[in-house]
Design a binder for this molecule. Structure first.
Ligand SMILES: NC(=O)c1ccc[n+]([C@@H]2O[C@H](COP(=O)([O-])OP(=O)(O)OC[C@H]3O[C@@H](n4cnc5c(N)ncnc54)[C@H](O)[C@@H]3O)[C@@H](O)[C@H]2O)c1
Length: 320
C-alpha cells in the first residue's frame, strides 16, 4: 500500500508519515516545503504547491507513477485570525487545494481519502460535549473552508470509487517525537511554553466563564493519538464506500487554568498568569463526544494532559 500525504512536512502530517513508515508502509509526501523527517530514506517527496497552475495534472502523474492507493490531505492554511483578515485567500488556498486533489484522483487507483477537518466546523457550541450530528455553524472563514471540504469530499465519494473520512480535530498539542514538535505558537500549550521560556507571564483570556474555575474549557488531544486516528481511519475505509465524519478528541474537558497548572508542574517553572478579557467568539466549553470513533474505528486516546505537556516541553527545548 502506498499512501500520499499532502502537507506531510507539517506538524501533524509528519507524525502520520512517520507512523505509517514505522508500520512498514510506503509514504509519498507532497508539500510546498521539505519534510523535517526528510532524512528517512523510505520517504518519497515531491515539492509542489497545490495552487500552482497545472498542479492537479502534476498530482495526477505523481499518484499514477508512485502507485498511490490512499490519500491523507493535510495541506491547508490553519490560522483563524488570518482567515478573518484574508477570507478570499483562505477559500482559494483550502478549497482550491482540495479541488486540485479531487480532480487529480479521478481515473487513478486511489480508493481511500482521509481529510483534515476541524472542530471549528461546529462554531459556537452551547456547552457540554459536541457530537458529529450537532449543527455545523462555523464562525470564521477557516472553519467554513473545512466544512466546504467535507461537503466536497462527500459529493466526490458519491461519484468516484472511493471511501472517505473527515476527521474533526479538537485541540491538538504535544509531540510524538522531540524533533516533530509544533514549530508554531498558535495553540495554548505552545504559546504558554514560548512565553514562560522568555520570562513572560501567560495570558488567560476570560476568567468569568460559567465553568468551575471561570476559564474556558477545551478538549486537548495528543498529536500521536491523532496520528493513530488517521491510521485507524485508513484501515477502516478498506473495501467501503461513502463518506463519514468522526470527532477526534478525548471526551475530557480541561480548563485553561488546569493547563497552566500542569505546565508549571511539568516544567518546574512558577508563574503568575495575566488575566485578560474574553476574546470574541471564544465559547465557554468545547469538548468532543467520542463514541462514534471509538465504536466504529476502535480508536481511543491513550495519552493524558501530562503526556501532552511533557512531550511538548521536550520538543520545545529540542528545537530552541
Ligand atoms: N494543528 C491543529 O491544531 C489543527 C486543528 C484542526 C485542524 N487542523 C488541520 O490539520 C491540517 C494540518 O495541520 P498542521 O497543524 O500540521 O499544519 P502545518 O501548517 O504544520 O502543516 C500544513 C502543511 O501543509 C503545507 N501546505 C499548505 N498549503 C499548501 C499548498 N497549497 N501546497 C502544498 N503544501 C501546502 C504546508 O507547507 C505545511 O507543511 C491542516 O489542514 C489544518 O487545518 C489542524
Amino acid at each position: 500500500m502506498t499512501t500520499l500525504v499532502t502537507g506531510g512536512a507539517g506538524y501533524i502530517g509528519s507524525h502520520v508519515a512517520r507512523l505509517l513508515q514505522d508500520r512498514g508502509e510506503r509514504v509519498v509526501i507532497v508539500d510546498e516545503r521539505s519534510p523535517r523527517s526528510g532524512e528517512r530514506a523510505a520517504l518519497a517527496f515531491h515539492e509542489l504547491d497545490l495552487l500552482a497552475p497545472g498542479a492537479d495534472q502534476e498530482l495526477g502523474s505523481i499518484i499514477r507513477d508512485e502507485g498511490v492507493d490512499a490519500i491523507i490531505h493535510f495541506a491547508a492554511r490553519k490560522r483563524v485570525d488570518e482567515s478573518v483578515a484574508r477570507p478570499g485567500w483562505y477559500y482559494q488556498q483550502n478549497v482550491g487545494g482540495l479541488t486540485a486533489l479531487l480532480g487529480a484522483l479521478h481515473g487513478t487507483e486511489v480508493r481511500r481519502v482521509v481529510f483534515s477537518s476541524s472542530a471549528a466546523v461546529y462554531g459556537d457550541v452551547d456547552g457540554g460535549q459536541v457530537a458529529e450530528d450537532a449543527p455545523t455553524r462555523p464562525v470564521n472563514p477557516y472553519g467554513r473552508t473545512k466544512l466546504i471540504g467535507e461537503w466536497m469530499l462527500a459529493d466526490t465519494a458519491n461519484v468516484e470509487p472511493i471511501a472517505a473520512a473527515s476527521l474533526r480535530y479538537f485541540n491538538v498539542a504535544g509531540a510524538g517525537w522531540p524533533d516533530l514538535g509544533d514549530p508554531e505558537s498558535l495553540n495554548l500549550v505552545t504559546i504558554v511554553l514560548d512565553r514562560i521560556r522568555r520570562g513572560l507571564p501567560p495570558v488567560v483570556y476570560g476568567d468569568d466563564y460559567d465553568t468551575p474555575d471561570g476559564s474556558a474549557i477545551r478538549d486537548y488531544v495528543h498529536v500521536l493519538d491523532l496520528a493513530q486516528a488517521h491510521v485507524a481511519a485508513l484501515d477502516h475505509l478498506v473495501g467501503r464506500t461513502g463518506h463519514r465524519v468522526f470527532n477526534v478528541g478525548t471526551g475530557v474537558g480541561t480548563s485553561v487554568i488546569e493547563v497552566l497548572d500542569m505546565i508549571s508542574e511539568v516544567t518546574g517553572i512558577a508563574f503568575e498568569p495575566e488575566i485578560a478579557s474574553r476574546r470574541a467568539g471564544d465559547p465557554a466549553a468545547v469538548v468532543a463526544r467520542v463514541e462514534r470513533i471509538t465504536e466504529e474505528l476502535g480508536w481511543r486516546a491513550q495519552h493524558d494532559l501530562r503526556d501532552i505537556i511533557a512531550s511538548a516541553w521536550e520538543a520545545h527545548r529540542f528545537s530552541r
